[in-house]
Design a protein around this ligand. Sequence first.
Ligand code: GNR
Ligand code: NI
Length: 175
Amino acid sequence: MALLPILTYPDARLHKVAQPVRAVDARLRALIDDMFDTMYEAKGIGLAATQVDVHEQLIVIDVSEQRDERLVLINPELVWASDERVKGDEGCLSVPGIYDGVERPAAVRVRALDEHGQSREIAAEDLLAVCIQHEMDHLKGKVFVEYLSPLKQGRIKTKLLKAEREAARETAERD
Ligand code: GNR
Ligand code: NI
């Protein structure tokens, strides 16, 4: 088991565009395991490789209550999105403590490779649809706060930078 550090907003690396995965091999499966460990430890429902500073098109998800329904999406492509939109509160492991409403298509279909390199098509609605779209945004370098007003984005940046400075100061005082 290995936990990976999660990048926090505002960090320029969260805006890098992920490249396609070239081979679903042992290296990738080790990364997938570490990403699930990291996601479960952080109590998240999804994690994109971008958030752990790996800029490849890889997403891990588990929206189940029991935390036992792993979903791996490699090189995901959106094949369909509903015209119907829904607005729901979102949060992000890279934007700790911030929750706000984002409007997105209510349902999507996505084609992706699984951890065995098999191509699959996934139909999603409700929380899974939200999570898949939130994670695919990460791979494009987009964080959910970019859907909010510039005023809110500025406030979120200030708040998180202040929290980061205070955490660094506490570490310095302890050592
Ligand atoms: O854990 C998470 N919860 C969540 C809630 C509502 C909408 C999206 C999400 S994804 C988030 C984990 C995360 O940051 N993934 O990138
Ligand atoms: Ni996120």
